[in-house]
Design a protein around this ligand. Structure first.
Ligand code: NDP
Length: 483
């Protein structure tokens, strides 16, 4: 694994391109504070260049047969597989996550490409008889140029959720990665272009949301925005996109509940709470962010969870530690502030609640995994999204109370329940207000299943056939066979 500073540029028209201004952004390693790499810093002019290139790419790609598009995506997936170790190392250096989780994320991206590549040979339109001398058809056409705006927590897999269906549907894409995680995205996009995408079909411009992102939102040539990020930013995206009536898919914040019932398999539930909260150092939209435990098992379950969490190790993404650092110091301060707010309102810290001590932690944004109880309902940890390793635990008397309290949130992204009672499982699946409910299962995403947040967690869906619908326009055609 090379530790040389990575130097990245944009990808425009299938080639590496520097910014018009010649400016660069430095990208920091969150574990060490060292410079992991540099990337060209884009502005609105750079985005316009990418959009012009995408216009040319669209002309060729939209006319390419879907089976051929699928074959090129498949080749792209193989190129990702062949470069997995390099991509994973680059991701750990810029994002901070443990190398094992980086490998998982790159594989996830590869699988998403493979899933949509496989659908390439299955795209069909319908023909409808309309009486003797007439029939109708419903055609599916690509939308045009689509902007993809990506956050820093899963910079590659969340990019795949947009690129794979968008490209298979025949669109040309312009990607804006998060400012703090552009390096692996540039390399990934270059590999896909090298797999045979016509020049201009897939482009990437790095730079600030306020200029590069904003140009994508405002430019009238961009027909659709696929966005993943914070709910506030998503609201801004939707308002800005409305001026030119762009289609939007928004995957936003969440505060997912996990309910542990009195009849749950406690070993599995302990593991689900621990992995669900602390994977990616808690920086996941679908992380478990509120834990509701039945009163009758609370005093058995919680000490077991505390023991499990005490054993979680924290450290550099390239060490054997189970948790990496928070992505930025600001992110760490935000979580610390939420924990302090809860404690100030009477909550008790059961484990963690502070930074780890020792020389190896001094330069990174580390924070110990934290469990809290007696968190009041007006505390930030109960009301807001906590994007880091802190989990509030609440007592509930039964399934009805658990679901009611779980639903008491502006968010509706994911949700989970552990129970061996079919009634409770079904009640939760029917009544939890969220786009996903896992029953006795970890929070694993499947390409085959559509995923989209309810309430203020999002609009539209990614994954599954449904994502293709969000990257196509329908057209009804009527054909008279006898004039
Ligand atoms: P942000 O909303 O801050 O940023 C997301 C992306 O939007 C970044 O690329 C950012 O660019 C860009 N952006 C910021 N301002 C603008 C603007 N004015 N116009 C266009 N683009 C802009 O989110 P975070 O990166 O902080 O990600 C964390 C959030 O994402 C959490 O709330 C989390 O829940 C949510 N999330 C949701 C998921 C889901 O599937 N529902 C999955 C993963 C995360 P820049 O980096 O330059 O600021």
């Amino acid at each position: 694994m090379s530790q040389a500073v990575i130097q990245a540029q944009f990808v425009i028209g299938g080639e590496a391109a520097a910014s018009v201004s010649g400016e660069e952004t430095k990208v920091k390693n969150p574990s060490t504070g060292e410079i992991a790499g540099t990337v060209s810093k884009g502005n609105r002019e750079d985005v316009k260049r990418a959009i012009d290139a995408a216009e040319q790419g669209f002309k060729v790609w939209s006319r390419t047969a879907p089976a051929e598009r699928g074959a090129i995506l498949w080749k792209g997936a193989k190129a990702i597989e062949q470069n997995l170790e390099e991509l994973a190392a680059s991701l750990t250096r810029e994002q901070g996550k443990p190398i094992k989780e980086s490998r998982m994320e790159i594989r996830r991206f590869q699988h998403t490409l493979e899933y949509y590549a496989g659908l390439g040979k299955n795209l069909r339109s319908v023909q409808i008889p309309m009486g003797e001398n007439r029939f109708g058809m419903v055609l599916k056409r690509p939308i045009g140029i689509c902007g993809s705006i990506i956050p820093w927590n899963f910079p590659i897999s969340l990019m795949g959720n947009k690129l794979a269906p968008g490209l298979l549907a025949g669109n040309a894409m312009v990607v804006k990665p998060a400012s703090t995680t552009p390096l692996t995205a540039v390399r990934t996009v270059a590999l896909l272009c090298g797999a045979g995408l016509p020049p201009g079909t897939l482009n990437l411009v790095a730079g600030p949301g306020s200029s590069v992102g904003q140009e994508l939102l405002e430019n009238p040539k961009v027909a659709k925005i696929g966005f993943t990020g914070a709910t506030n930013t998503g609201i801004h995206v939707m308002k800005a996109a409305a001026d030119t009536l762009k289609r939007v898919t928004l995957e936003l914040g969440g505060s997912d509940p996990l309910i542990v019932c009195d009849d749950a398999n406690l070993d599995q539930a302990v593991s689900a709470a621990s992995v669900g909260r602390f994977f990616n150092c808690g920086q996941a939209c679908l992380a478990v962010k509120r834990l509701y435990v039945f009163d009758s098992i609370y005093d058995t379950f919680v000490p077991r969870l505390v023991e499990k969490v005490k054993k979680l190790t924290v450290g550099d993404g390239f060490s054997r530690a189970m948790l990496g650092p928070l992505h930025t110091d600001d992110q760490r301060k935000e979580v610390e502030g939420q924990v302090a707010d809860a404690v100030g309102r009477g909550a008790k810290i059961l484990v963690g609640g502070k930074r780890p001590e020792g020389k190896e932690y001094e330069k990174g944004n580390f924070l110990l995994p934290t469990l809290l109880e007696n968190v009041p309902y007006d505390a930030q940890l109960a009301q807001d999204e906590c994007f880091g390793p802190a989990l509030p635990i609440f007592r509930v008397k039964d399934i009805e109370e658990a679901v009611e309290r779980a639903n008491n949130s502006i968010y509706g992204l994911g949700s989970s329940i552990y129970t061996s009672d079919l009634y409770k499982a079904h009640y939760a699946a029917e009544n939890l207000q969220a786009g996903y409910t896992w029953v006795n299962s970890g929070q694993i995403m499947f390409d085959e299943l559509p995923f989209g947040g309810w309430k203020q967690s999002g609009l539209g869906q990614e994954h599954g056939w449904e994502a293709l619908e969000h990257y196509t326009l329908s057209k009804s055609v009527v054909i008279a066979t006898k004039p």
